[in-house]
Design a binder for this molecule. Structure first.
Ligand code: SF4
Length: 358
């Protein structure tokens, strides 16, 4: 399957019924104002020049509640993409919206006008987390919104957040379990950040909100990632895109921001998989003093971890004198092998590891 590339058009807070406590779209997207239809066309034209013709492209309206903006404006935006749909330069249109902002008639109209993917800002399926975060809808409304989208040809994306007020690991895993039951075509997971100018900043400064540490956020996101992948649901993004504005020193007041958050999560998953493999392998090994882990070349940095921390952790935990990592182009993506200088003795494919997770 070809990669889908989005031409992102940001419409910061357009259509939003109110500002959610954690949200500051201007800073997240580096975009101060929503564009006119003419500017949308210009952005599409400019982006198409940079994208190779063998990539599937969607025009994506992000950063607001698309289905709550005035209907004429929705249609004007969708019309901007129509010529590119008709000449097949783009494959579809993607919008993001809230679960309580869609109904059957609107969905039918969106489908007719070329919308192929809807990303729902679900954030959590825990009643209390939704209430404490002031989202303004109940979990049942999310379930109903997903059901309605599944009754169309439109693909469903779900956006989730970890570390919201009232959230914890148990609630995140329960949200993950319920989200899998909703059968989304894709998922994004974002750690909650305290962004300047939000209600959450106020709560944080008054001691009413404590953000997750980076380590906690990586751990819970990794636990969610492996469960979605076991269910064969793609996780298309973990962590906010590190826009210039977001990386400025005073934009993120507190919280687990890291410009390569998703990579940290994949490194954590690789660590857990290697740990599982070594636990199974070591009792059968002739000598456990000097071992080699093997992985596909493109996954080398995931396996060794940041500053080779995965290797140090595994060496210490398993009492090894030496633990090297070799890349092996013959390994399937996600596989980790173990052996010694004579060669690879055992392999743990990612699918097999995912099945072992409780
Ligand atoms: S989280 Fe979504 S609904 Fe809430 S303010 Fe941000 S863009 Fe609008």
């Amino acid at each position: 399957m070809k990669q889908i590339r989005n031409i992102a058009i940001f419409i910061p807070h357009l259509g939003c019924p109110f500002r959610c406590c954690f949200c500051q779209q201007q800073k997240i997207s580096d975009t101060m104002h929503y564009p006119s239809p003419a500017q949308v066309k210009e952005s599409i034209e400019a982006a198409l020049h940079t994208i190779s013709s063998d990539t599937d492209v969607e025009v994506a309206f992000f950063g607001g509640t698309f289905t709550s903006i005035p209907e004429k404006m929705q249609n004007d935006y969708l019309e901007c993409a129509r010529p590119y749909l008709e000449n097949e330069q783009i494959k579809g249109i993607r919008i993001s919206t809230r679960p309580d902002a869609i109904d059957k008639d609107r969905l039918r109209e969106l489908e007719r006008r070329g919308v192929t993917t809807i990303e729902l800002g679900v954030q959590s399926l825990d009643e209390e987390v939704l209430r404490l975060s002031g989202r303004g809808y109940e979990p049942e409304q999310v379930v109903e919104a997903c059901r309605m989208i599944h009754n169309t040809s439109i693909r469903l994306g779900i956006q989730l957040m970890v570390g919201l007020p009232g959230d914890d690991l148990h609630r995140d895993l329960e949200t993950t379990r319920q989200s899998i039951e909703l059968a989304p075509d894709m998922v994004r997971i974002y750690p909650t950040l305290v962004i300047k100018g939000t209600e959450l900043e106020q709560a944080y400064r008054e001691g009413r909100y404590l953000p997750m540490t980076l380590e906690e956020a990586v751990e819970v996101t990794a636990a969610m990632y492996v469960r979605f992948r076991r269910a064969d649901i793609p996780v298309i993004r973990m962590g906010l895109h590190p826009s210039e504005e977001l990386q400025q020193s005073d934009t993120v007041v507190a919280g687990p921001f890291h410009p390569a958050f998703g990579e940290l999560v994949l490194q954590k998953v690789a660590l857990e998989q290697a740990r599982f493999l070594l636990k199974a392998y070591l009792p059968t090994a002739a000598s456990n003093q000097a071992l080699i882990l093997f992985c596909p070349p493109r996954e080398y940095s995931q396996l060794v971890g940041p500053q080779r921390s995965n290797i140090s952790i595994l060496k210490r935990e398993f009492g090894l004198d030496a633990l090297d990592v070799n890349s092996d182009p013959g390994l399937q993506p996600g596989s980790i092998g173990v052996g010694n200088y004579q060669g690879m003795m055992a392999v743990l494919p990612r699918e097999q590891y995912l099945q072992s997770i409780e």
